[in-house]
Design a protein around this ligand. Structure first.
Ligand SMILES: [Fe+2]
Ligand SMILES: [Fe+2]
Length: 362
């Protein structure tokens, strides 16, 4: 898989081979509320709200709920009453994002999950759940919901990328393929929400995406190129490899079919990212070359790399038949993808435009 994808990415660039951390911050998360019942206690809210995996993690629920009757709570439109809690979140250190996150200010955002909403899980994948314990089903439901929310966020990320490509005068083929990729991510989100709902035994869907009233679209080619390195050349290359590994280990037909679609599409998205960065390098000057080289250099920095990618999989040990990698496997697969695909392709690409960088040369 790795040598095939590396060859595909280099081929898309016309090349051949010759290489996050953050502070905790306060936030608010809302749960759908029953119009007649009181809000859950802090302890009761911790189960659905706390998340300790790779990416944007919720570390603690810091206070009692505020009951909100508003259309802007981040929960579904047919649930106008919400219980909103002050929480502490952090963008995980030593943690590369899988897939393409939506990071308007360097922090990955996702919508909250919403129960009892079939709009994203109808007509989707239906795995066999017979014989699974309640704990296994709950673990699988949580894991697939986590992935579904990231896929949902990728729709927003590609939508913003389309605007940014327009803002910097990108060629038509890159704009068209970025727009098409947003539709792919809708398909991925629906597949993952379908799997999550089947394992949970109840429908789940994304709530309102927390755009905060604005979608920043920059006309800064160097920043766009560096973000595309992180989110596409790294994130989507890892996503393609991880999805393929999960597919190959899955035995449930519906799970295998879903992961086959995701792996195929993510490889295409990775190829698009590398082509966008190559175009930016050819179009831009020293600022673009420096931004791209710095972004790739982060990949090879000791203590960063793929460490922590498996954290999101830590609770899913023993569930490979249902498409989940355990933490050691996830870390190994991601590390190999970085060293065998991302870093060699980066070195070849920068060498081709006359900006070799000793920090990640193979
Ligand atoms: Fe995706
Ligand atoms: Fe993608």
């Amino acid at each position: 898989m790795n040598t095939d994808l590396r060859a595909r990415l280099l081929g898309a660039l016309g090349l051949s081979l010759a290489g996050c951390s953050g502070e905790p911050f306060p936030d608010t998360l809302c749960l759908e509320a029953d119009a007649e019942a009181s809000c859950p206690t802090i302890e009761e809210a911790e189960d659905p709200l706390l998340y300790d995996g790779c990416g944007l993690r919720t570390l603690s629920v810091d206070g009692e709920a505020e009951r909100v009757e508003s259309a802007d709570t981040g929960v579904a439109g047919d649930a106008p009453v919400a219980c909103c809690y002050p929480v502490t979140r952090v963008d995980g250190p030593d943690c590369w994002k899988m897939g393409r996150p939506y990071r308007p200010d360097g922090v990955a955002l996702t919508a909250p999950p919403v129960a009892r909403d079939r709009r994203w899980s109808a007509h989707g994948a239906t795995p066999h759940v017979f014989g699974l314990t309640d704990d296994a089903r709950a673990t699988l439901a949580a894991a697939w919901t986590h992935d579904a929310l990231l896929e949902h966020a990728s729709v927003a990320s590609f939508a913003r990328l389309v605007l940014e490509l327009l803002a910097v005068g990108a060629p038509a083929d890159l704009v068209r393929e970025a727009a098409s990729a947003a539709a792919d991510e809708v398909r991925h989100a629906r597949l993952c929400f379908s799997l999550a709902s089947a394992y949970a035994g109840a429908p789940t869907a994304p709530g309102r995406f927390p755009f905060g009233g604005a979608v920043p679209a920059r006309a800064d080619l160097a920043r766009i190129a560096a973000d595309t390195v992180r989110e596409g050349c790294v994130g989507e290359t890892l996503a393609a490899v991880m999805a393929a590994e999960a597919r190959d280990g899955a035995t449930d037909p519906a799970v295998r079919a879903a992961l086959h679609v995701i792996a195929r599409d993510e490889a295409r998205h990775a190829e698009l990212a590398w082509r966008i960065v190559m175009w930016a390098l050819q179009e831009g000057g020293a600022a673009v070359r420096g931004a791209v080289a710095d972004a790739f250099a982060e990949v090879g920095r000791p203590g960063v790399g793929a460490a922590g990618v498996g954290a999101a999989a830590s609770a899913a040990a023993g569930l490979r038949a249902h498409g989940r990698l355990d933490a050691p496997t996830a870390d190994t697969v991601a590390t190999n993808a970085l060293t065998e695909i991302v870093l060699p392709c980066a070195a070849a690409m920068l060498a081709a435009i006359g900006a070799p960088d000793h920090r990640f040369a193979s």
